[in-house]
Design a protein around this ligand. Structure first.
Ligand SMILES: [Zn+2]
Length: 402
């Protein structure tokens, strides 16, 4: 398996996984947003696991049609004949058995898409690293926000079992959550001037992300996008994941007892007045994006939308199950159909019976019976040698001696 065939295989299989995730999310469109977000997170985890599984799992060879083989010839494994090349030439079958060797050019054109893919992926990962470092620096430099005191009771109300640090961000910046192992909430310095209800719903929303473990899902989905930046399905997965994540957090806030109309009003005002800027936005979970606002508000205000959450343990189990499900898929390799037997010279084991020797045909006056027998043996031996030479890779067993 060459690097090119490996990448083509990963691209095809990842696209299939993302397409299946899209289908699953569509089928679950009337179910809670948390479930659809789990589908997209599991798809991202599966897409990230696919290259590793392809490398470590033994290949399972699957027959493929000629059209696919023509499209991606390097993805296939060919069946080797056990006959020697010399034997094939002797039988005049070389032209049917071997493909013409490709003409070698000084530069392999496949290098360009591979380098382009790698460059885009590196750029995406670099963006994540820069965003993470900027946030880490902000965490070190800033100090606790006065709203930290209010967050303790709210964390308990929404089901977060531990205290979460609330840190101060520049005035006018979007509230956000970040951090995988020790999540923190950034609130703008001017949040102290908001009315208490807005501060409460904003804190509840950010604490909902902490309870759901959305920082981990964010990293997985962002990594999947970075590695498959050229794939429109990866961008679809990214946008849908963000949308469903925010809706799932909104659902938790409403389940905690907030009035839908009041919450929608505060969300609208936060999205209008505040904004997040890169590079922090690359690595953090911003509270509101204007592009998603309309759908979110409709979902918040619709009393018929199911808002159940998914327990973290169940979510982890489902994501692991999804990865295990794609394992056999990762092991698959396309393989061309074996050539028909008639055109494939294989090792031949020939058993040669000499013609019956009779006195009538070989005896001449003056010859003894012994002379007749040795003449027949010599004749048979010559015919046997001649036949054995014509059989490729074959063995001849002279039955006349045994
Ligand atoms: Zn949010």
């Amino acid at each position: 398996m060459t690097a090119y065939s490996f990448l083509v295989g990963v691209a095809v299989k990842s696209s299939a996984v993302l397409a299946m995730a899209w289908l699953a999310a569509w089928l679950l469109r009337k179910r809670p947003a948390a479930l659809r977000h789990l589908v997209w997170t599991s798809a991202a985890a599966s897409v990230l696991a696919l290259p590793l599984l392809t490398l470590v799992l033994p290949a399972v060879r699957m027959p493929a049609s000629g059209a696919l083989l023509a499209l991606v010839p390097d993805i296939t494994f060919r069946t080797d004949s056990t006959a020697s090349a010399a034997a094939a030439v002797r039988f005049g079958l070389a032209a049917q058995q071997t493909r013409p060797a490709p003409a070698h050019s000084p530069i392999d054109w496949r290098l360009f898409p591979m380098l382009l893919w790698a460059a885009g992926a590196l750029l995406g990962v670099a963006q994540m690293v820069v965003g993470g470092r900027v946030i880490a620096g902000a965490r070190r430099r800033t100090h606790p926000h006065p709203a930290q005191v209010e967050s303790v009771a709210l964390a308990e109300a929404i089901g977060v079992g531990h205290a979460v640090d609330v840190l101060e961000a520049p005035a006018g910046s979007m509230p956000m959550t970040c951090g995988l192992l020790r999540p923190v909430i950034f609130l703008p310095a001017d949040a102290g001037d908001w009315d208490a209800e807005r501060r409460r719903v904003v804190l509840l929303h950010e604490l909902a992300h902490v309870r759901r473990g959305d920082a981990g899902a964010h990293i997985l989905t962002r990594l999947a996008l970075a590695l498959h930046w050229w794939n429109p399905l990866a961008w679809l997965a990214w946008r849908e994941s963000l949308k469903e994540r925010e809706r799932a957090a909104d659902d938790l806030v409403l389940l905690a007892g907030e009035r839908a109309s009041a919450y929608a009003g505060h969300l609208l005002e936060v999205a209008r007045a505040l904004q997040s800027k890169p590079p922090v936005a690359w690595a953090a979970l911003a509270m509101a994006r204007r592009s998603q606002l309309e759908g979110r508000l409709l979902s918040i205000l619709d009393p018929h939308v199911p808002r159940n959450s998914v327990a973290r343990v169940s979510a982890l189990a489902i994501a692991l199950l999804a990865i295990m499900t794609v394992a056999p898929f990762a092991a698959m390799r396309a393989q061309d159909q074996p050539a028909p037997q008639a055109t494939s010279p294989q090792d031949v084991e020939a058993t040669i019976q000499p013609p019956p020797i009779t006195r009538r045909s070989t005896w001449q006056p003056g010859n003894s019976p012994g002379t007749s027998s040795s003449t027949a043996r010599r004749s048979c031996s010559k015919r046997l040698s001649s036949f054995a030479k014509r059989v490729p890779g074959g063995r001849a067993r002279n039955m006349s001696r045994g």
